[in-house]
Design a protein around this ligand. Structure first.
Ligand code: C5P
Length: 397
C-alpha cells in the first residue's frame, strides 16, 4: 500500500515514543522508507540506535550537525519525503508548529517542508484539554495539518481521558489516506455529518439521535480515494476519521457558515442530520424553575444547508449530494426532496424503527439521480460509503 513512499518520521519526546518503534516496522512492512528524526527529548524515551536499527536508516538529531548538512541539508531532508509524520506530537511540538518556531532540527524541518504533515498527538489529558493546546490544534488544522487521534483511555501518568497516541494501525491508515493517489487526488470534497445542537439556554439544547456514523464513513472513504476532505461535524458520537480537515460546529447556522467558509469544492455531501428548527427565544442565562409557570419555547426555521448550496448561482460545487431519511414512501418523498432542494443526487433510506438503521451499523439505500432510482441491497455503512465515494470519483472524472 505504501510501496516506494518516503516518510520523514519526527519522534517527539513523550512516553508514546515506544509505539513509534512499532510504527517504523509497520510502515516498512508496507513498503515505505522511513527517515527518522529524534528530538532531544525523544532520546530520553527511545535510543537513536534502536530507531536507526528498525528504520535501517541514519537517524537525524541535530540541526547543526555539519556532517548531516554536508550530506543532506535540512531543507532537502524535509522535502525529499512524500509525507512528514510527527508521532508522538507532544504539546510542545504542537506549540512550536503552531507558532512557526524553527529552533531545533524537528521544528526547522516542519517549517521548511512543502509536503503534507500528519501529527499523532500524545500527552496528558489536562495538557490536551488545555486551551493553549486546543488553540494550537485549531491553528494547525487550519494550516492544513492532518491529525490522527488522540484516543481516550488510561494514561501512563495514571489519569484517564483523551490524550493517548492513536494506535499504530490507525496511524498507518491515516498515512495511507494522506498519501492516497486515488481517483479523487487534487479534488476537494466537503462532508457534513452528525447532529446539530440548538441551544435552549447556555446549558440545555435540542438535538437528534444521529451518531455521525454514515458521514464519518463517507469522509473516510473519500479521503481513501485521495480527496482533500473538509469534514464539518456537529457533536457526534464518534471521533472524526483520520486524514481529513475537521471543522467542529454545534448549531445549524454554524454548520452553514463552516460549509460556506470551506467552499470552493468539487463536490459536497450533506450527511448531517441538521435540526430543522432552532429555539428563537433561547435564553442568554440558565432558565430557572419558577412558580409562575412553564417555559414556552418558540421556534424559528434553520437555514437549509443542502438547499442553499444546491441553489448557489456562482461557485456551486460540481456535484451536490443530499440524504433523505424517510419512514414511508421513501422513493417518492426522496425524489420530491431532490427536486425541491435542487441537489444532484439524493441517498434515500428508510429509518423506520424496525429497520434498526438509525444508530446501527448497516444501511439500505436508494440512490436517486437523473438516471432514476437505484436501490442497493442492505450493507454496512462503510460499504455504502465506499460505493458512494466510488460513484463520486466516477462523476468527477
Ligand atoms: O429535509 P430533510 O432534513 O429531510 O433533508 C435531508 C437532507 O438535507 C440531508 O442531506 C441533510 O444533511 C440536509 N439538510 C441540510 N440543512 C437542513 C436540513 C437538512 O443541509 N437545515
Amino acid at each position: 500500500m505504501l510501496a516506494g513512499k518516503r516518510i520523514l518520521l519526527i519522534i517527539g519526546g513523550g512516553i508514546a515514543a515506544f509505539k513509534s518503534l512499532d510504527l517504523i516496522r509497520r510502515l516498512r512492512d508496507q513498503g515505505a522508507t522511513v527517515t527518522p528524526v529524534l528530538t532531544k527529548a525523544a532520546e530520553e524515551f527511545v535510543t537513536p540506535l534502536s530507531v536507526s536499527a528498525l528504520a535501517a536508516e541514519k537517524v537525524y538529531r541535530d540541526l547543526f550537525d555539519l556532517t548531516d548538512e554536508a550530506e543532506m541539508g535540512h531543507i532537502e531532508l524535509s522535502r525529499a519525503a512524500d509525507l512528514v509524520v510527527v508521532a508522538p506530537a507532544t504539546a510542545d511540538l504542537m506549540a512550536k508548529m503552531a507558532g512557526g518556531h524553527a529552533n531545533d532540527l524537528a521544528s526547522t524541518l516542519l517549517m521548511a517542508t512543502d509536503k503534507r504533515v500528519l501529527i499523532a498527538p500524545s500527552m496528558n489529558v489536562r495538557m490536551w484539554e488545555h486551551p493553549a493546546t486546543q488553540r494550537n490544534l485549531a491553528t494547525l488544522t487550519g494550516d492544513g495539518v492532518l491529525v490522527v487521534g488522540p484516543d481516550e483511555g488510561a494514561m501512563a501518568c495514571g489519569e484517564f481521558g483523551p490524550g493517548r497516541m492513536a494506535e499504530v494501525p490507525q496511524i498507518i491508515d491515516a498515512v495511507g489516506a494522506a498519501l492516497a493517489d486515488g481517483p479523487l487526488k487534487g479534488r476537494h470534497v466537503i462532508v457534513t455529518s452528525g447532529p446539530t445542537h440548538e441551544p435552549i439556554d447556555p446549558v440545555r439544547y435540542i438535538a437528534n439521535r444521529s451518531s455521525g456514523a454514515q458521514g464519518t464513513a463517507l469522509a473516510r472513504a473519500l479521503a481513501g480515494l485521495g480527496a482533500h476532505v473538509t469534514f464539518v461535524t456537529g457533536p457526534a458520537d464518534m471521533p472524526p476519521p483520520a486524514g481529513v480537515k475537521v471543522v467542529r460546529v454545534q448549531t445549524a447556522r454554524q454548520m452553514l457558515e463552516a460549509v460556506q467558509g470551506a467552499l470552493p469544492a468539487d463536490a459536497a455531501v450533506f450527511a448531517a442530520a441538521v435540526a430543522d428548527w432552532r429555539v428563537a427565544n433561547a435564553a442568554d442565562s440558565k432558565m430557572k424553575k419558577t412558580k409562575t409557570g412553564l417555559p414556552v419555547l418558540e421556534f424559528a426555521e434553520n437555514p437549509d444547508i443542502l438547499a442553499t448550496v444546491s441553489q448557489m448561482e456562482t461557485g456551486r460545487p460540481g456535484l451536490v449530494v443530499g440524504f433523505a431519511a424517510e419512514t414511508d414512501d421513501v422513493i417518492a418523498h426522496a425524489t420530491a426532496k431532490r427536486d425541491r432542494k435542487g441537489c444532484d443526487w439524493i441517498v434515500a433510506n428508510d429509518v423506520s424503527p424496525e429497520t434498526g438503521i438509525m444508530g446501527g451499523s448497516e444501511n439500505a439505500v436508494t440512490l436517486i439521480s437523473d438516471a432514476g432510482a437505484d436501490s442497493w441491497p442492505r450493507m454496512g455503512k462503510d460499504q455504502v460509503a465506499n460505493r458512494i465515494a466510488q460513484l463520486i470519483a466516477e462523476a468527477l472524472a
